[in-house]
Design a protein around this ligand. Structure first.
Ligand code: MTE
Length: 307
């Protein structure tokens, strides 16, 4: 199925050497053809991975100029103004804890080993704004498999870079820095859990978490930690930035759930970015619309208690 927003270059421009177009992002159509040729390709070519039924993705401007990245300030316009200060090359991610192959993984090495594909996902901030984003990247599970997850690992923790010289926002103690997040191992290994390195086939802009950030589409946006420098496999549930700030307001799980209000606002409705202030609000969907894919992860759990 051809989506008009996918291709920025002609098919004839593609060669194997051109695999890392726009510096590193595979052209989405090219990635799609690789994936479709592999096992399970059909499943990946449709359904929630490709945003079927979601409508048009948000514009590049919507996605890259209205951001939360508190390391650059708390205003929605601060990240686009200041995130250019972040040096993203060279970049490496330390992968440690309960893994067979701990070490510093250079970003370029990671990219050369991963299959870059496009995922069109809904994205829902706890503040109620929402958008549809055509990410480029790879499954977190593939990176974790590269590191070799040991059998006693139960959780994955993530950490954002902390560079006071490049991040004006961290001079204020808004939250405890560095920004940290975490997932249960089965959540981290779920095929929807994605590491984004691009948007619309271009390298992900700094304000969106360059050079690599997490995307967990069924959870509130703050779980999708940006500009990751460390991934640690652990036996115990790791601390998370917003949970440390207010455990009552922000749980470890943070699954999108219209039935559990934030203590200060209802989560019944959401507002799609780019539709204007007076657009009709739309109902929030359980697990942000990914219930069929992820509900089984939480079978038997009280989702109001484990929020
Ligand atoms: N990661 C870091 N390191 N710092 C942040 O402030 N904000 C989170 C999340 N990841 C944040 C972060 C929140 S609250 C949201 S809604 C999303 O990033 C926003 O992602 P976007 O700016 O790409 O839309």
């Amino acid at each position: 199925m051809a989506y008009r927003w996918k291709n920025t270059l002609k098919e004839s421009d593609v060669t194997c050497e051109a695999a890392f177009l726009n510096r590193r992002q595979l052209m989405a159509g090219f990635a799609g053809s690789i994936v479709a040729g592999g096992v399970g390709g059909q499943a990946l070519a449709m359904g929630p991975w490709k945003g079927e039924g979601l409508g048009e993705p948000n514009s590049w401007d919507d996605i890259t100029s209205y951001n939360n990245f508190y390391e650059f300030g708390t205003g929605k316009g601060d990240p686009v103004k200041y995130a250019h200060m972040l040096t993203t090359a060279p970049w490496s991610v330390k992968i440690d804890g309960l893994v067979d192959n701990p070490g510093d993984y250079a970003f370029e090495d990671i990219m050369s080993k991963m299959t870059i594909e496009e995922r069109i996902y809904r994205f829902r901030c706890v503040e109620r704004w929402a958008m549809i984003v055509p990410w480029n990247g790879f499954e977190l599970a593939d990176l974790l498999e590269l590191a070799g997850v040991q059998s006693n690992a139960k959780y994955v923790s993530f950490e954002t870079a902390l560079r006071p010289d490049e991040m004006p926002g961290v001079r204020q103690p808004v939250i405890e820095w560095p920004y940290v997040e975490g997932l249960r191992l089965d959540e981290a290994m779920h095929p929807l859990t994605f590491v984004a390195t691009g948007i619309y086939g271009k390298d992900i802009p700094n304000q969106n978490g360059a050079p690599l950030r997490l995307v967990v589409p069924w959870k509130y946006g703050y779980k999708s930690i940006k500009s990751i420098v460390r991934i640690t496999l652990t036996e115990d549930e790791p601390p998370t930035a917003w949970n440390k700030y207010s455990a009552r307001e922000y749980g470890f799980y943070s699954n999108v759930n219209p039935n559990r209000s934030h203590p200060r606002w209802s989560q019944e409705y959401e507002q799609l970015l780019g539709q204007g202030l007076f657009a009709e609000k739309t109902p929030t969907l359980m697990f942000n619309g990914y219930e069929e894919e992820v509900a089984s992860l939480y079978e038997g759990m009280d989702l109001l208690e484990h929020h």
